[in-house]
Design a protein around this ligand. Structure first.
Ligand SMILES: Cc1cc2nc3c(=O)[nH]c(=O)nc-3n(C[C@H](O)[C@H](O)[C@H](O)COP(=O)(O)O)c2cc1C
Ligand code: SF4
Length: 472
């Protein structure tokens, strides 16, 4: 999901790998990237006789964890691909970014496309690939244009194509536009879609690193994972490990949206205080409202309330200890006064819509949960509905081909765990406990009222748009 009009921001102390230069009209170009040391990591590898296995060794030593959601160690994934087996090997950059709340890859693709591309080239060198792929979300128009231009610039500069920088290494890159399906972000579905087939996930084994694209060994990595590679290869694993925490080295790109005062894309060093990030860097909640909860890493991760965030740091171990995950870095801040029943319904509608339908618990369960939540929101909930939602969630756990089904279940049961009383109230009284519960003035209420007075009968725009249109 994209967040239109969100401006990037640099905040907080600590190292920045991606946001360490001003964004200007041409800072995404090859000339600008080279001026700040871009493609030196590639030149170092190709000029120093560093072998493909050496590059993988460096990435393993860096401790880099995947940024696509599961935080799988990148070096370990690369290390299982057998080099010199006579087979073509492929590296695919996963730029599908469909997780609701997540728009950090879009920033990277738009602002540092060459850094992402250099990471893909280095990854392909490490895996002895001759062709690499970028699967980009169809809706990402600027990101696609910037990546297309970056690829053209790279070919013209001898950074792609035959005998890159005069070496024996050759690589061609295919940029492929998806059609906006969430499930196509799942690695095996993405490869099926790349092959021109229906974007359906498939069971493993065989792993994609054994039989992936066109049945050949394939590594799928997230955009941000690959964008880290030039830093690791250029500065060395040891220097990389000095940033972040021992178990989560490096930085995390976080896209934050919801009721937060300063939404946008931020880069934080792992280990940074979660509360400082929310309340100081992001300015707390809009209109001075209190924080009700945070969805930490895309809607597939479990909600955390302010108590659970106390003293927490932004890194994988800390998020796990709190009972959730950093996921894809798509954080959604939710203010007091928000109805969690309606929120659960919106999330469930999304999962139902995006289920590919192959697995019965996911196909039937998502629709069933949506219908139950719809019924509760209509004021027709039944006392047994809460237990039924739990049961359907649990039925997905470990019984589906991909983790869409499990995640949907976790997301719903976590909301139920925290806010069961809101569901009970809705079922008993036929209306939300949150209706009329706002104790703090809505900063946009007055402007919206004026807009409504000026446009009788028309659908109201977003509150912010009403304000921007001069009705504030
Ligand atoms: C339904 C679903 C959607 C996914 N969408 C994305 C996505 O948009 N981008 C992404 O990088 N990973 C996504 N993933 C995770 C990928 O399957 C895969 O684990 C990831 O691209 C691996 O990259 P990494 O090891 O660099 O994290 C998704 C997974 C599921 C189950
Ligand atoms: S879990 Fe859902 S989305 Fe994933 S393969 Fe099964 S039916 Fe499709």
């Amino acid at each position: 999901m994209t967040a239109p009009g969100v401006l990037p921001a640099q905040v907080g102390p600590g190292r920045k790998f991606f946001m360490n230069h001003p964004v200007t009209a041409d800072s995404h170009t090859l000339a600008a990237y080279r001026a700040r040391g871009g493609y030196q990591a590639l030149a170092k590898v190709l000029g120093s006789g560093m072998s493909p296995a050496d590059v993988t060794k460096e990435v393993s030593a860096s401790g880099l964890l995947g940024h696509g959601g599961a935080a799988f160690p990148a070096g370990r994934k690369w290390g299982v691909v057998k080099l010199n087996d006579g087979e073509p090997h492929y590296v695919c950059m996963n730029a599908d970014e469909g997780e609701p709340g997540t728009f950090k890859d879009r920033w990277l693709l738009e602002q540092v496309p060459h850094m992402c591309l250099e990471g893909l080239i280095l990854g392909s060198y490490a895996l002895m690939g001759r062709h690499a792929f970028i699967y980009i979300r169809g809706e990402f128009d600027l990101a696609w244009r910037r990546m297309r231009d970056a690829i053209e610039e790279a070919y013209a500069a001898g950074l792609l194509g035959e005998r890159i920088l005069g070496s024996d290494f050759s690589l061609d890159v295919v940029l492929y536009r998806g059609a906006g399906s969430y499930v196509c972000g799942e690695a095996s579905a993405m490869l099926a879609s790349l092959e021109g087939k229906k974007g359906w996930p498939r069971n493993r084994p065989p792993r994609l690193t054994v039989k992936g694209l066109y049945q050949k060994p394939t590594v799928v990595n997230n955009v941000e994972t690959l964008a880290n590679i030039p830093v690791i290869v250029g500065e060395g694993a040891e220097a990389f490990r000095k940033v972040g925490t021992a178990k989560s080295p490096g930085t995390q790109m976080i896209s934050i949206s919801g009721h937060i005062a300063r939404p946008g894309v931020y880069e934080v060093e792992y280990g940074y205080s979660w509360e400082t990030f929310l309340y100081e860097d992001c300015g707390g909640m809009q209109g001075g409202r209190a924080l009700k909860c945070v969805i930490p890493g895309g809607v597939s991760t479990k909600v955390l309330d302010p108590e659970q965030l106390k003293g927490r740091t932004l890194d994988h171990a800390s998020a796990l200890a709190a009972g959730s995950q950093l996921g894809s870095g798509g954080m959604i801040a939710i203010a007091e006064g928000t109805c969690m029943v309606r929120l659960a319904r919106v999330i469930q509608r999304f999962y139902h819509h995006e289920s590919c339908g192959q697995c019965t618990p996911c196909r039937e369960g998502m629709g069933w949960m949506e219908r139950i939540l719809d019924r509760i929101v209509r004021g027709e909930g039944r006392p047994e509905d809460i237990d039924r939602l739990y049961h359907i969630s649990a039925a997905n756990d470990g019984t589906t081909i991909c983790s869409l089904g499990d995640s949907a279940g976790y997301a719903c049961s976590a909301i139920l765990d925290h806010y069961r009383h809101e569901f009970e109230h809705y079922i008993t009284h036929g209306r939300s406990m949150m209706d009329g519960a706002l104790t703090v003035e809505d900063p946009f209420a007055e402007s919206l009222a004026r807009w409504r007075a000026a446009h009788p009968g028309a659908l109201a725009p977003s509150l912010a748009a009403a304000a921007a249109a001069g009705h504030a």
